[in-house]
Design a protein around this ligand. Structure first.
Ligand code: ATP
Ligand code: MG
Length: 290
């Protein structure tokens, strides 16, 4: 990760300028010098010096068409979040990458006690717009919304789901920390269901998944909304872990029933195709909502 290399050279004024640009991006795609000065409360010369430095370090993008203005790039945004998470003592070091996808980068990380955790950095809109669509309904009536906002929203929503689900004592990762578009959660060993050609007791695994969906629905009123063989992990002893929750919806949502049905259908269909497990979506749906 780029941020880890640069973070040591960052000074507090650099962060002030980065935060000023972030602030300005709430209203506009790029931020003018005058606004950066205003938001950072730094003098023009200081701002110029800092802008040059963080631009060289590849944390911001300069737009020179017309009046020069700036915007954060993903490394700049990572830097802001990373700095806070380190400052709060939640993480101290980044580890290996464990999942790089279209919509998130996932890393191992550790804290000062060498405890392993998972860091999920949202990258919605980078190459795929699927989650932008899924999350669009939560954006509301905003004129301008940037990728900063949609990724922060995704992190917030996933964190909220994990927090609500945690007391149920399932194997779903416990939330540990959040800042901006990054969440820190428990590290969980497991492989995506989709990677398995064979499993020992597919009916048991299938029922376990349905049972967890049902427990979550009944006890905390949450519907996953993007369930399938890619978002269910299974560990070496056959525990099921449902991940990837940013698009969850509450059960009283107007489309709740049809989205719950689609989630169940995805699981039923996958188990039928891959492991020849027969099931009845309608019956399962009925038993969950009853
Ligand atoms: N808490 C965790 N512990 C261990 N591994 C995890 C954890 N969360 C995610 N992963 C790994 O990272 C991968 C991607 O995570 P997730 O499904 O949450 O992201 P995504 O938004 O779907 O992004 P992608 O586009 O990469 O699929 C998972 O398939 C899994 O292998
Ligand atoms: Mg996923």
């Amino acid at each position: 990760m780029e941020v880890a290399k640069i973070i040591k050279s960052m000074e507090k004024e650099d962060f002030r300028v980065l935060r000023a640009i972030e602030r300005g991006m709430r209203r506009a795609a790029t931020v003018k010098m005058s606004n950066i000065c205003f938001f950072s409360k730094l003098k023009m010369e200081e701002v110029l010096f800092r802008l040059n430095k963080i631009h060289k370090n590849n944390l911001i993008i300069r737009d020179s068409t017309g009046e020069t203005s700036y915007k954060l790039n993903s490394i700049g945004y990572d830097m802001l979040a990373f700095h806070i998470l380190v400052g709060q003592g939640i993480i101290s070091q980044l580890g290996v990458e464990i999942g790089k996808g279209k919509e998130a980068d996932v890393y191992k990380c550790i804290n000062d006690d060498n405890e392993e955790m998972t860091m999920k950095i949202f990258r919605i809109g980078r190459t795929s717009f699927r989650k932008v669509k899924q999350l669009r309904i939560f954006v509301g009536e905003r004129r301008h919304f940037s990728w900063l906002y949609i990724n922060r929203l995704a992190a917030m929503r996933e964190y909220e789901a994990l927090s609500k689900i945690a007391p149920l004592g399932l194997n779903i990762p416990k939330p540990i920390g959040i800042n901006r578009h990054i969440i820190i959660m428990e590290f969980i060993e497991g492989t995506e269901l989709n990677n398995l050609i064979e499993i020992e007791d597919p009916v048991f695994i299938f029922e376990d998944i349905i049972n967890q969906i049902s427990l979550i629905y009944k006890n905390v009123g949450i519907i996953h909304g993007d369930l399938g063989e890619f978002n269910v992990l299974i560990n070496s002893v056959g525990d099921i872990l449902i991940i990837d929750w940013p698009q969850w919806i509450p059960k009283n949502h107007p489309n709740g029933l049809s989205i719950l049905k689609r989630d169940i259908e995805n699981i039923c269909l996958f188990f039928k195709k891959r492991f020849k497990v027969e099931s009845n979506t309608e019956e399962i749906l009925k038993s969950i909502i009853s």
